[in-house]
Design a protein around this ligand. Structure first.
Ligand SMILES: O=C(O)CCC(=O)C(=O)O
Length: 273
Protein backbone atom coordinates (compact mmCIF):
# COMPACT_ATOMS: atom_id res chain seq x y z
CA UNK A 1 0.00 0.00 0.00
CA UNK A 2 2.62 2.56 1.07
CA UNK A 3 5.82 2.82 -0.94
CA UNK A 4 9.13 2.15 0.83
CA UNK A 5 9.80 5.89 0.48
CA UNK A 6 6.54 6.81 2.24
CA UNK A 7 7.36 4.41 5.08
CA UNK A 8 10.82 5.86 5.31
CA UNK A 9 9.36 9.38 5.37
CA UNK A 10 6.95 8.43 8.18
CA UNK A 11 9.60 6.74 10.29
CA UNK A 12 11.99 9.66 9.88
CA UNK A 13 9.66 12.67 10.10
CA UNK A 14 6.64 11.20 11.95
CA UNK A 15 3.81 12.19 9.58
CA UNK A 16 2.26 11.72 6.13
CA UNK A 17 -0.33 13.75 4.22
CA UNK A 18 -2.59 12.13 1.61
CA UNK A 19 -3.91 14.81 -0.73
CA UNK A 20 -7.46 14.52 -2.12
CA UNK A 21 -7.70 11.00 -0.77
CA UNK A 22 -11.51 11.07 -0.58
CA UNK A 23 -13.74 12.21 -3.45
CA UNK A 24 -15.99 15.30 -3.16
CA UNK A 25 -19.17 13.17 -2.78
CA UNK A 26 -17.50 11.08 -0.06
CA UNK A 27 -16.29 14.22 1.66
CA UNK A 28 -19.75 15.80 1.48
CA UNK A 29 -21.24 12.77 3.22
CA UNK A 30 -18.49 12.75 5.83
CA UNK A 31 -19.12 16.43 6.57
CA UNK A 32 -22.89 15.91 6.73
CA UNK A 33 -22.59 13.07 9.27
CA UNK A 34 -19.91 14.93 11.24
CA UNK A 35 -22.21 17.95 11.57
CA UNK A 36 -25.12 15.77 12.71
CA UNK A 37 -22.99 14.22 15.46
CA UNK A 38 -21.52 17.52 16.64
CA UNK A 39 -24.91 19.24 16.66
CA UNK A 40 -26.77 16.49 18.50
CA UNK A 41 -24.13 16.61 21.21
CA UNK A 42 -24.90 20.21 22.16
CA UNK A 43 -27.24 20.65 25.13
CA UNK A 44 -30.82 21.09 23.92
CA UNK A 45 -31.61 24.56 22.64
CA UNK A 46 -27.95 25.62 22.74
CA UNK A 47 -25.94 26.75 19.76
CA UNK A 48 -22.17 26.49 19.41
CA UNK A 49 -20.94 30.01 20.22
CA UNK A 50 -17.23 29.70 19.41
CA UNK A 51 -16.20 30.52 22.98
CA UNK A 52 -14.65 27.16 23.78
CA UNK A 53 -13.84 23.94 21.96
CA UNK A 54 -16.74 21.56 21.43
CA UNK A 55 -15.59 17.92 21.41
CA UNK A 56 -17.45 14.67 20.89
CA UNK A 57 -15.51 11.67 22.08
CA UNK A 58 -16.51 8.59 20.13
CA UNK A 59 -17.56 10.71 17.14
CA UNK A 60 -17.17 8.46 14.11
CA UNK A 61 -18.59 5.58 16.13
CA UNK A 62 -22.01 7.29 15.88
CA UNK A 63 -22.59 7.24 12.11
CA UNK A 64 -22.16 4.44 9.53
CA UNK A 65 -20.25 6.37 6.83
CA UNK A 66 -17.85 7.75 9.41
CA UNK A 67 -17.42 4.38 11.17
CA UNK A 68 -16.75 2.77 7.78
CA UNK A 69 -13.55 4.80 7.51
CA UNK A 70 -11.71 2.49 9.92
CA UNK A 71 -12.18 -0.43 7.52
CA UNK A 72 -11.71 1.50 4.30
CA UNK A 73 -8.71 0.15 2.35
CA UNK A 74 -7.25 3.65 2.13
CA UNK A 75 -7.13 3.93 5.91
CA UNK A 76 -6.75 0.30 6.96
CA UNK A 77 -4.04 -0.47 4.40
CA UNK A 78 -1.87 2.43 5.50
CA UNK A 79 -2.28 1.48 9.18
CA UNK A 80 -1.41 -2.13 8.54
CA UNK A 81 1.79 -0.96 6.88
CA UNK A 82 2.73 1.36 9.74
CA UNK A 83 1.39 -0.49 12.82
CA UNK A 84 1.69 -4.08 11.71
CA UNK A 85 -0.99 -6.78 11.89
CA UNK A 86 -3.66 -6.87 14.62
CA UNK A 87 -3.51 -3.16 15.39
CA UNK A 88 -6.32 -1.91 17.64
CA UNK A 89 -8.92 0.83 17.84
CA UNK A 90 -8.50 3.43 20.56
CA UNK A 91 -11.25 5.95 19.79
CA UNK A 92 -12.15 9.00 17.72
CA UNK A 93 -13.00 12.57 18.54
CA UNK A 94 -14.89 15.20 16.59
CA UNK A 95 -14.21 18.86 17.22
CA UNK A 96 -15.10 22.43 16.60
CA UNK A 97 -11.70 23.84 17.61
CA UNK A 98 -11.51 27.43 18.77
CA UNK A 99 -8.38 29.46 18.01
CA UNK A 100 -4.85 28.27 18.76
CA UNK A 101 -3.66 24.92 20.11
CA UNK A 102 -0.38 25.04 22.02
CA UNK A 103 2.56 22.76 21.27
CA UNK A 104 2.26 19.22 22.65
CA UNK A 105 2.68 15.57 21.72
CA UNK A 106 -0.28 13.27 22.45
CA UNK A 107 2.04 10.66 23.97
CA UNK A 108 4.57 12.21 26.29
CA UNK A 109 7.38 9.70 26.19
CA UNK A 110 9.27 11.34 29.06
CA UNK A 111 6.37 10.57 31.38
CA UNK A 112 7.25 7.34 33.25
CA UNK A 113 3.51 6.72 33.85
CA UNK A 114 3.28 5.52 30.26
CA UNK A 115 6.25 3.13 30.70
CA UNK A 116 6.28 2.50 26.96
CA UNK A 117 9.31 1.89 24.85
CA UNK A 118 10.36 4.71 22.54
CA UNK A 119 9.38 2.64 19.55
CA UNK A 120 5.81 1.76 20.59
CA UNK A 121 3.55 2.87 17.75
CA UNK A 122 0.36 4.91 18.18
CA UNK A 123 -1.11 6.83 15.25
CA UNK A 124 -3.57 9.70 14.88
CA UNK A 125 -5.36 10.34 11.60
CA UNK A 126 -6.97 13.76 11.22
CA UNK A 127 -9.53 15.04 8.74
CA UNK A 128 -9.84 18.83 8.57
CA UNK A 129 -13.21 19.69 7.06
CA UNK A 130 -12.40 23.24 5.98
CA UNK A 131 -9.32 24.53 4.13
CA UNK A 132 -6.59 25.31 6.68
CA UNK A 133 -3.20 26.89 6.03
CA UNK A 134 -0.07 27.72 8.01
CA UNK A 135 -1.56 30.86 9.57
CA UNK A 136 -5.21 29.78 9.45
CA UNK A 137 -5.21 26.80 11.77
CA UNK A 138 -3.58 23.86 10.00
CA UNK A 139 -1.64 21.38 12.06
CA UNK A 140 1.98 22.45 12.40
CA UNK A 141 4.44 19.71 13.29
CA UNK A 142 8.09 19.52 14.29
CA UNK A 143 9.44 16.88 11.91
CA UNK A 144 11.31 14.07 13.67
CA UNK A 145 10.05 15.04 17.14
CA UNK A 146 8.25 11.70 17.59
CA UNK A 147 11.62 10.19 18.52
CA UNK A 148 14.20 10.93 21.15
CA UNK A 149 16.40 12.86 21.72
CA UNK A 150 14.34 15.63 20.05
CA UNK A 151 11.02 14.43 21.55
CA UNK A 152 12.17 14.86 25.16
CA UNK A 153 14.37 17.90 24.42
CA UNK A 154 11.18 19.80 23.58
CA UNK A 155 9.46 19.00 26.88
CA UNK A 156 10.08 22.55 28.25
CA UNK A 157 7.67 23.77 25.56
CA UNK A 158 4.79 22.49 27.70
CA UNK A 159 5.43 25.70 29.68
CA UNK A 160 3.81 27.69 26.85
CA UNK A 161 0.55 26.62 28.53
CA UNK A 162 1.34 28.39 31.80
CA UNK A 163 -0.52 31.54 32.75
CA UNK A 164 1.30 33.75 31.95
CA UNK A 165 3.10 31.62 29.33
CA UNK A 166 6.81 30.81 29.66
CA UNK A 167 8.88 30.50 26.46
CA UNK A 168 12.00 28.46 27.31
CA UNK A 169 13.39 28.66 23.76
CA UNK A 170 12.96 32.46 23.65
CA UNK A 171 10.30 32.41 20.93
CA UNK A 172 6.49 32.16 21.02
CA UNK A 173 4.52 29.16 19.77
CA UNK A 174 4.01 30.39 16.18
CA UNK A 175 7.74 31.21 15.96
CA UNK A 176 8.91 27.68 16.85
CA UNK A 177 10.56 26.09 13.75
CA UNK A 178 7.96 23.76 12.27
CA UNK A 179 6.33 22.38 9.13
CA UNK A 180 2.69 23.23 8.21
CA UNK A 181 0.42 20.36 7.17
CA UNK A 182 -1.85 22.56 5.06
CA UNK A 183 -5.00 20.72 4.17
CA UNK A 184 -8.25 20.86 2.16
CA UNK A 185 -11.41 18.82 2.70
CA UNK A 186 -10.79 15.36 1.20
CA UNK A 187 -7.17 15.23 2.45
CA UNK A 188 -6.05 12.85 5.18
CA UNK A 189 -3.33 13.84 7.67
CA UNK A 190 -1.57 11.10 9.62
CA UNK A 191 0.98 11.42 12.40
CA UNK A 192 2.71 9.54 15.17
CA UNK A 193 1.14 10.44 18.51
CA UNK A 194 4.65 11.13 19.75
CA UNK A 195 5.04 13.99 17.27
CA UNK A 196 4.95 17.55 18.65
CA UNK A 197 2.12 19.50 17.03
CA UNK A 198 0.20 22.76 17.37
CA UNK A 199 -2.10 25.05 15.41
CA UNK A 200 -2.14 28.84 15.08
CA UNK A 201 -4.39 31.49 13.55
CA UNK A 202 -7.43 29.28 13.02
CA UNK A 203 -10.98 30.53 13.27
CA UNK A 204 -13.41 29.84 16.11
CA UNK A 205 -15.17 26.90 14.46
CA UNK A 206 -12.38 24.78 13.02
CA UNK A 207 -13.96 21.46 12.09
CA UNK A 208 -11.85 18.34 12.38
CA UNK A 209 -12.07 14.79 13.60
CA UNK A 210 -9.46 12.20 14.45
CA UNK A 211 -9.18 8.42 14.36
CA UNK A 212 -6.73 6.85 16.80
CA UNK A 213 -5.08 3.45 16.57
CA UNK A 214 -2.31 1.59 18.41
CA UNK A 215 -0.04 -1.29 17.63
CA UNK A 216 -1.14 -4.62 19.11
CA UNK A 217 -0.36 -4.80 22.83
CA UNK A 218 2.41 -7.34 23.43
CA UNK A 219 3.68 -6.37 26.89
CA UNK A 220 2.06 -5.61 30.25
CA UNK A 221 2.97 -1.95 29.76
CA UNK A 222 1.13 -1.84 26.44
CA UNK A 223 -1.95 -3.45 28.00
CA UNK A 224 -1.83 -0.99 30.91
CA UNK A 225 -1.57 1.89 28.45
CA UNK A 226 -4.59 0.74 26.43
CA UNK A 227 -6.64 0.18 29.57
CA UNK A 228 -5.64 3.62 30.86
CA UNK A 229 -6.88 5.23 27.61
CA UNK A 230 -10.17 3.32 27.54
CA UNK A 231 -10.76 4.00 31.23
CA UNK A 232 -10.11 7.75 30.92
CA UNK A 233 -12.44 7.99 27.91
CA UNK A 234 -15.09 5.97 29.74
CA UNK A 235 -14.76 8.26 32.77
CA UNK A 236 -15.09 11.37 30.59
CA UNK A 237 -18.35 9.98 29.19
CA UNK A 238 -19.70 9.37 32.67
CA UNK A 239 -19.44 13.12 33.25
CA UNK A 240 -20.98 14.05 29.89
CA UNK A 241 -23.18 17.19 30.07
CA UNK A 242 -26.06 15.29 28.41
CA UNK A 243 -25.82 12.48 30.98
CA UNK A 244 -23.62 9.40 31.45
CA UNK A 245 -23.06 7.18 28.43
CA UNK A 246 -20.53 4.76 26.94
CA UNK A 247 -17.77 5.80 24.54
CA UNK A 248 -18.78 3.30 21.88
CA UNK A 249 -22.29 2.66 20.62
CA UNK A 250 -23.18 -1.06 20.77
CA UNK A 251 -23.82 -0.89 16.98
CA UNK A 252 -20.24 0.21 16.43
CA UNK A 253 -18.80 -2.63 18.51
CA UNK A 254 -21.01 -5.31 16.97
CA UNK A 255 -21.09 -3.90 13.43
CA UNK A 256 -18.72 -3.66 10.52
CA UNK A 257 -16.77 -6.52 9.04
CA UNK A 258 -13.90 -8.69 10.26
CA UNK A 259 -11.48 -5.76 10.21
CA UNK A 260 -13.52 -3.70 12.65
CA UNK A 261 -14.36 -6.73 14.76
CA UNK A 262 -10.66 -7.55 15.16
CA UNK A 263 -9.67 -4.01 16.13
CA UNK A 264 -12.41 -3.64 18.80
CA UNK A 265 -12.12 -7.17 20.24
CA UNK A 266 -10.16 -6.13 23.33
CA UNK A 267 -12.59 -3.28 24.08
CA UNK A 268 -15.45 -5.78 24.26
CA UNK A 269 -13.42 -8.40 26.15
CA UNK A 270 -12.30 -5.85 28.72
CA UNK A 271 -15.84 -4.55 29.18
CA UNK A 272 -15.38 -0.93 28.07
CA UNK A 273 -18.77 -0.86 26.38
O1 LIG B 1 -6.12 21.23 15.20
C1 LIG B 1 -5.76 21.55 16.33
O2 LIG B 1 -5.99 22.64 16.83
C2 LIG B 1 -4.94 20.62 17.18
C3 LIG B 1 -5.25 19.18 17.04
C4 LIG B 1 -4.60 18.40 18.12
O3 LIG B 1 -3.85 18.88 18.90
C5 LIG B 1 -4.87 16.98 18.25
O4 LIG B 1 -5.74 16.44 17.55
O5 LIG B 1 -4.21 16.34 19.08
Amino acid sequence: MLTPEQKNFYHTFGFLVFKQYFSPPETDRIIREFEEVLQEDLPEGQQFTGEKRHTVLGCIERRPALAGLVEDDRVYGVLEDLLGPDFVWITSDGNYYVGDTSWHPDIKRWNPAYALTATYRVIKIAFYLDPVGKDTGCLRVIPGSHRDPLHTALEPMMQHRRVPPVHPFGVTGPEIPSYPLESEPGDMVLMSQGLWHASFGGNRRRRMFTLNFAEKATTDAHVAFHRHLYQSHFQAQQNHPLGPRGVFLPEFLSGGGPRRQAMVKQIVEWGFV
